[in-house]
Design a protein around this ligand. Structure first.
Ligand code: SF4
Length: 214
């Protein structure tokens, strides 16, 4: 039976970031947060916005209708990152939109008012972190990696499930880099991902490094 992976939560993403600097995880992202956790949340939001601004299949719509309001203005939601008119339908010399606050401003006429409604508009949306798709495993040609840890004929991959190490082997940089901390994915999430990779890609052998240096 097919398995659906659980998406990474914002809390998990923040705790993963905290683990890379050897800080303790937090139980919640609400209320007052330790400084490092607060910084991690800000970085996550900033990167999330930056990545989504590029416009991906999951956050772009190409056939949006934009009707004018009673003041002939075009109102846009706060979740809109970018808007592009279809210039096969609309002349850029007459209609050249740019986001200004909650409205579209027409650079071609230096005005907030528009003389028509628009259709087939391309809109890039900013989605909540937890609603965006998880890792795009479908883009990986797994066969190229079968032989890295096992018999090259077997469907196999390496899966990272933890970071850091609590030990102190003198020749190893990991305890220094991670301040002897060790953080791991939830066991339930590891099981879900293993089952997903087996169900979807037929992978039977998994190499799970106990400690990971990156
Ligand atoms: S990662 Fe391995 S070699 Fe490095 S400190 Fe931990 S146990 Fe020792």
């Amino acid at each position: 039976m097919a398995t659906t992976t659980t998406r990474t939560t914002q809390l998990e993403a923040v705790n993963t970031m905290l683990s890379t600097i050897g800080e303790s995880p937090v139980n919640s992202l609400t209320g007052s947060l330790p400084l490092d956790a607060s910084i991690a949340v800000n970085i996550l939001n900033e990167v999330n916005r930056e990545v989504q601004s590029a416009g991906w299949k999951f956050n772009t719509s190409w056939k949006v209708s934009l009707p004018r309001d009673v003041n002939n203005k075009l109102v846009v939601g706060t979740d809109v990152l970018h808007i592009e008119f279809n210039h096969l339908r609309e002349s850029k010399s007459s209609y050249d939109p740019v986001l200004r606050g909650n409205y579209l401003y027409n650079l071609a006429k230096e005005s907030y008012t528009w003389d028509k409604d628009f259709e087939y508009v391309t809109v890039i949306y900013l989605l909540d972190f937890e609603t965006i798709p998880d890792l795009p495993y479908e883009l990986v040609d797994f066969k190229k990696y079968y032989g890295l840890n096992f018999d090259s004929a077997k469907p196999s991959i390496t899966m990272i499930t933890s970071r850091g190490c609590p030990y102190t082997c003198g020749f190893c940089a990991i305890p220094v880099l991670y301040k002897r901390s060790w953080k791991a994915l939830r066991p339930e999430m590891v099981i879900e991902r293993l089952k997903y990779m087996e169900d979807k890609y037929g992978i039977k052998d998994f190499y799970l490094p106990i400690t990971v240096e990156s």
